[in-house]
Structures are given as structure tokens and as C-alpha cells.
Design a protein around this ligand. Structure first.
Ligand code: BG6
Ligand code: MG
Length: 217
């Protein structure tokens, strides 16, 4: 039996994954570091510091410089999200959040971002969530299961009764490690370890999700 859904934010509910990429890209260019869209695929769902360390590869920098680069990227990101409005919801996201509520189930957010609540507020969908777990909620972020376990705990549900919706390999790994049902959005190469894979939330309804997971609502 499923009683809750835990949604990732960036790349699932809105396309802020693109803004994270552009922020890192600008920083990488300023620092003379090679960083492509393909490299960025490894960064999906990964926290700020770990993302930067992946971009820096084996180069060593003083802690001060690392903190400065993290802040610089975040400032670029904050500039991008200042313009976000309800028009930036990805197709099908709000519809599914509403459908979950109508079916008597709960919604939680499970995002590694420290900017998640600001994005939710700008999208105008904060009130559709019963619980928010974000970059401030746990120490160990994805691919550890801690963030989703935190979200399920806030909902008062065991992981086996929750479906995680993710666009990142690290997020699917976290969901699987925590014993959650999982839906991957995007290419098979990225989210193929999910229980069910869909291209996006567009036109996706509970019935199709439960069928794909061989579950009953
Ligand atoms: C995740 C994104 O949701 O949040 C990552 O997929 C991002 O790209 C991470 O690095 C942390 O976000 P923030 O806003 O705290 O830097
Ligand atoms: Mg994501």
C-alpha cells in the first residue's frame, strides 16, 4: 500500500537543474576548468560542495577558495531563480501533486538544495507539500538514503509505503538504499536503476504509476 510520494525538486518539478548547470558552467569558465553538459550529468542531485569537488577533479585548493567558489556559484544560481514563477512548473508536476492529495495520500519534498523552499515559494506550490526535507535537513545527502528517510519520517510513513520521484542517478540510488519505491524521470542510462522509468511527469497519472510498480493504490 502506498500512502506518500516524495518528490525531488530540481529536474522533477521545475527545470532548475539547468540553472545549477549554468551556474557551475560560468564558474568553471572563470576558473579555466573544462566542464561540459555531459560532465554535469554526474552532478545531478549532488550537494553543492561535492559538486564543486567533482568539477575540480584532483586539483587541490585551499578551503577558503573552495568556500568562495561555492558562494560564487550560488550567487549565480540565486540570480537565475529570482525570475521563477508558476509558469516554470514542469508539465504534469502540479497535476500529480494534486492527484496524490485528492487520493488521500501525502506529498513530501526530498531535495538536496538549500534553496528548495525559495524555489517552491516562487512556483506557488508550497501548500501542496505536507513535509519539506532539503539541503538543511540531514548531514549525509544523496546517494545516502538519509534525506528520503527524513522526509518519510516527517510524513509518519515507512519507506515501503512511499514512492520517490527522481531525475538523478544519485537520487535513485538513495531511494533504493532506503527501501523506497522509485520512479526515474529521464534517460535509461541515468535512471535505469529505478523500479519504473518515464520520460517526464507530463501526462503521468497515479494509475499508470501504480501499474508500472505493480501496486494497488
Ligand atoms: C540538488 C541539485 O537538488 O541540489 C544539485 O540537483 C545541487 O544540482 C544540489 O547541487 C544543492 O543545491 P544548492 O541550491 O544547495 O546549491
Ligand atoms: Mg533532481
Amino acid at each position: 500500500m502506498i500512502r506518500g510520494f516524495i518528490f525531488d525538486l530540481d529536474g522533477v518539478i521545475t527545470d532548475t537543474a539547468e540553472y545549477h548547470y549554468r551556474g557551475w558552467k560560468r564558474l568553471a569558465e572563470e576558473e579555466g576548468l573544462a566542464f561540459t553538459r555531459e560532465d554535469n550529468e554526474q552532478l545531478r542531485g549532488i550537494p553543492r560542495r561535492e559538486s564543486l569537488l567533482l568539477i575540480l577533479r584532483d586539483r587541490l585548493y585551499p578551503e577558503e577558495k573552495i568556500l568562495e567558489m561555492m558562494e560564487r556559484k550560488n550567487n549565480y544560481y540565486l540570480q537565475f531563480i529570482r525570475e521563477i514563477s508558476p509558469r516554470d512548473l514542469l508539465p504534469g508536476a502540479k497535476e500529480l501533486l494534486e492527484e496524490v492529495r485528492l487520493a488521500g495520500m501525502k506529498n513530501a519534498l526530498g531535495s538536496a538544495s538549500k534553496n528548495a523552499t525559495e524555489v517552491l515559494d516562487r512556483l506557488g506550490i508550497h501548500s501542496l507539500f505536507d513535509a519539506i526535507s532539503d539541503g538543511h535537513s540531514v548531514e549525509r545527502q544523496k546517494p545516502a538514503p538519509d534525506l528520503f528517510l527524513h522526509a518519510a519520517g516527517q510524513l509518519g510513513l515507512p519507506s515501503a509505503e512511499c514512492v520517490v520521484v527522481e531525475d538523478a542517478a544519485a537520487g535513485i540510488e538513495a531511494a533504493n538504499a532506503g527501501g523506497f519505491h522509485s520512479i526515474g524521470l529521464g534517460p535509461w542510462e541515468r535512471v535505469g536503476k529505478a523500479e519504473a522509468v518515464f520520460p517526464s511527469l507530463s501526462g503521468l497519472h497515479l494509475e499508470e504509476i501504480f501499474t508500472a510498480l505493480s501496486l494497488k493504490p
